[in-house]
Design a protein around this ligand. Structure first.
Ligand code: FAD
Length: 416
């Protein structure tokens, strides 16, 4: 006897993410985590079905743009208001720029809560290298991004330069004889380039030095007449709407005031961004999804009956749940301890590569098991599992592949 098929809204989805944390977070941080969990439960989970069903949601870092496309301006305004009123908006913004002043560990604990659902919550999305803005750049670029009035995209990859951007980059910038720079070249796979206001682009400025002092980072306004953006023309499995672009710089003229940081220091700036903003934050990105996958699997296993017993009573299923929970505990311990070391001022570049590597590999493995526990229902697009899987599988490529993380870790191990 099989139970009746439940409509999707009645499928048990654990909607009370646990906020308990072995790292014994300070009271104010724990309070933030509780607020985050409440927002997820009361605001975001009710929007999940609409988000998953929409053909408008796109993969990319400009979440609020995705939100607007899917839900319209009212929902975005409401969530943005909640974000600002609760102080979450400035979660990742340093105190000197009006931010929360919370530690990396605290930020990670809070972000884990928001990754329990694919429905994005609006935060000030400031790539940390933008804090290198100086003089009039602060008012022109940094402050509007912190306020959420402008967004950025990051253009490093080129058709022939992915894992080895330093060695293979073709995009060049030359001085015009005065204070201006002329940029020529083509970038590819650039997420949300067409929707962003500022493109942070790396270009070779000294072809002898390349990544060792010969690559410069420019802040280029998207509406610069020398910028031409076209769709990649390659659809990926990340979302129904393509959100990666080819960006051509065709005699693109920018002033010296558009150089971010020092001339020639653009490659290390990019690496700095990737270490913290990208690699370390993959930890909470995966953890929230893995926890949700486990919670859903436990609920499903208890109620799905085969051969006269709930599948939760089968050891084959129990072991999947056990393996998932071990992956979560291990990843949480690693991520939180690396965050604590970053807070203590340690250089965690290698450890952040470890977080990137295992969060994406264990994350995909964990969600893969959740799909298996759910059987055919695991493949339903009405559940978040396949989307989580695609995101985590993609994350083994985007932002530096798993192999490149291993190269970085090996380099440190074998140094000297
Ligand atoms: C959806 C999506 C969004 C993206 N968004 C952006 C963006 O916003 N901005 C941006 O700049 N880029 C973006 N990228 C590009 C992404 O960062 C690159 O695709 C990634 O760095 C890998 O480069 P590649 O595809 O050229 O792979 P390749 O460099 O061609 O590598 C191919 C394979 O060889 C392996 N490999 C390469 N070198 C080594 C080595 N030394 N040792 C062992 N194995 C090696 C790689 O790990 C990989 O498995 C995006 C990509 C995708 C798919």
């Amino acid at each position: 006897m099989f139970p009746p098929i439940l409509p999707f809204e009645e499928i048990p989805v654990n909607s009370t993410p646990s906020t308990e944390n072995v790292f014994k977070l300070p009271d104010d941080v724990q309070e933030f985590c509780n607020v985050a969990a409440r927002i997820v439960r009361e605001e975001l989970l009710p929007l999940e079905q609409q988000y998953l069903a929409s053909s408008e949601h796109a993969y990319g870092v400009k979440e609020t743009i995705n939100l607007k496309n899917v839900f319209g301006p009212d929902v975005v305004e409401r969530l943005t208001r909640i974000s600002k009123e609760t102080g979450l908006w400035n979660l990742m913004v340093p105190e000197e720029h009006g931010g929360s002043g919370l530690s990396m560990l605290a930020q990670i604990a809070i972000l884990e809560q928001f990754n329990y659902t694919p429905v994005p919550f609006p935060f000030a999305n400031v790539p940390n290298i933008l804090y290198q803005c100086r003089g009039e750049q602060v008012e022109r670029f940094l402050e509007p991004v912190v306020r959420g009035e402008m967004t950025t995209s990051f253009a490093q990859t080129e058709p022939n330069a992915g894992s080895d951007p330093g060695g293979m980059m073709q995009t060049r910038a030359v001085r015009d004889g005065g204070g201006d720079w002329i940029i020529n070249g083509t970038k590819m796979w650039i997420s949300m380039a067409a929707e962003s206001d500022i493109i942070m682009v790396q270009a070779v400025t000294d072809s002898e030095k390349r990544q060792r002092g010969g690559i410069t980072m420019f802040l280029v306004e998207r509406d610069n007449p020398g910028v031409h953006i076209e769709a990649c023309g390659i659809r990926t499995w990340l979302g129904p709407k393509p959100s990666q672009y080819v960006v051509h710089f065709d005699n693109c003229r920018v002033s010296g005031a558009n150089v971010l940081g020092d001339v020639g220091a653009g490659f290390s700036l990019g690496q700095k961004w990737l270490t913290i903003h990208d690699r370390l934050l993959r930890g909470p990105y995966a953890l929230g999804k893995m926890q949700r996958a486990l919670d859903m699997s436990v609920d499903w296993a208890k109620q799905r009956v085969t051969f006269g017993k709930p599948i939760a009573e089968r050891q084959a299923i129990q072991w999947k749940l056990v393996d998932m929970s071990i992956d979560i505990e291990a990843l949480r311990s690693l991520t939180y301890s690396v965050a604590a070391r970053a807070d203590a001022g340690e250089d965690v570049r290698t450890e952040a590569a470890m977080v990137k590597l295992v969060s994406t590999e264990w994350g995909a493995r964990c969600v893969n098991e959740a799909i298996q526990v759910h059987g055919a229902m695991g493949e339903a697009l009405e559940l978040p599992l396949t989307l989580f899987y695609r995101y985590l599988r993609h994350a083994q490529i985007g932002g530096g592949t798993s192999e490149i993380q291993r190269v970085l870790i090996a380099r440190k191990l074998l140094k000297g």
